[in-house]
Ligand binder design. Structure first.
Ligand code: IMP
Ligand code: MG
Length: 202
C-alpha cells in the first residue's frame, strides 16, 4: 500500500522560514506601518505567526471571498463575502496568502484593492506553486516554492479539515482521502515530530 501523504514542510521548517520573512519585511518597511490583509480562512494561520515576527506597528484586516462557478471562475473573479473593516487609501498594504496556485484569485483581488488607491501593495505567500501560475503576478515575499502537489495543514484544508495540522503535508493519494476524509487524522491527533528522512527528495 502506498503512503497517502508525507510531511513536505515540517513545523520547524515553517517556523524558521517565517522568522526570516518577518526579518526581511521588518527591514523593507522600516519607518512605516503596513496593513497586513489576510484572505480567510487559510491565510489566518500564517498571518498569526507572521505578525509576531514583524517588528513594526502593523495592523491587520481580513477579507472573505467566495468563488463563482462556471465562466467567471476561470477569470478568477470572486464575490467579496466580507470586506475589509477599514479604508486602505494611502496605506502600505501587504496581502498575506497561504498558497498561490493559478494566481487567478489573487490577481483579481489585487485589482480590486488597487482601485482603492493604497500607497503600495505587495504579496507575501507562504507557498508558491509557481509551476501552476496562469495569471502573471509578482510575489515579493515567498516562503517556499511548492511542488505541484495537493497540500494540507497549517491553514490549508481538504473539505475544511486539517487546518489545525501543525505541519504541511503533501497528499500523494488523493483518492484515498476522497474515500476516507479522516485518513490523515493521525497527523493531528498524534502530532508526530517527523524525522527528516520521511520527507520526499528535493
Ligand atoms: P488560485 O486562484 O488558483 O491561486 O487559488 C488559490 C487558492 O486555492 C488558495 O488560497 C487555496 O485556498 C486553494 N488551494 C490551492 N492549492 C491548494 C492546495 O494544494 N491545498 C489546499 N488548498 C489549495
Ligand atoms: Mg481552500
Amino acid at each position: 500500500m502506498s503512503v497517502i501523504a508525507n510531511v513536505l514542510y515540517g513545523r520547524e521548517d515553517i517556523r524558521r522560514r517565517i522568522e526570516e520573512l518577518g526579518r526581511t519585511i521588518t527591514g523593507d518597511y522600516e519607518g512605516r506601518a503596513p496593513v497586513l490583509i489576510s484572505v480567510l480562512k487559510g491565510g489566518s494561520v500564517f498571518l498569526a505567526d507572521l505578525i509576531r515576527e514583524v517588528r513594526l506597528p502593523v495592523s491587520v484586516d481580513y477579507m472573505s471571498i467566495s468563488r463563482y462557478d462556471g465562466a467567471a471562475e476561470s477569470m478568477g473573479r470572486v464575490r467579496i463575502v466580507k470586506d475589509l473593516d477599514d479604508d486602505i487609501g494611502g496605506c502600505d498594504v501587504l496581502i498575506v496568502e497561504d498558497i498561490v496556485d493559478t494566481g487567478l484569485t489573487l490577481s483579481y483581488l489585487i485589482s480590486v484593492l488597487e482601485s482603492r488607491r493604497p500607497a503600495s501593495i505587495e504579496v507575501v505567500a507562504l507557498l508558491d506553486k509557481s509551476v501552476r501560475r496562469i495569471a502573471p503576478l509578482e510575489i515579493k515575499y515567498r516562503g517556499f516554492d511548492c511542488p505541484d502537489v495537493f497540500v494540507v495543514g497549517y491553514g490549508l484544508d481538504y473539505g475544511e479539515r486539517y487546518r489545525n495540522l501543525p505541519d504541511i503535508l503533501a497528499v500523494h493519494d488523493l483518492q484515498a482521502l476522497v474515500e476516507d476524509p479522516d485518513a490523515l487524522l493521525p497527523y493531528i491527533v498524534e502530532a508526530p515530530s517527523v524525522p527528516p528522512d520521511d520527507r520526499p527528495e528535493g
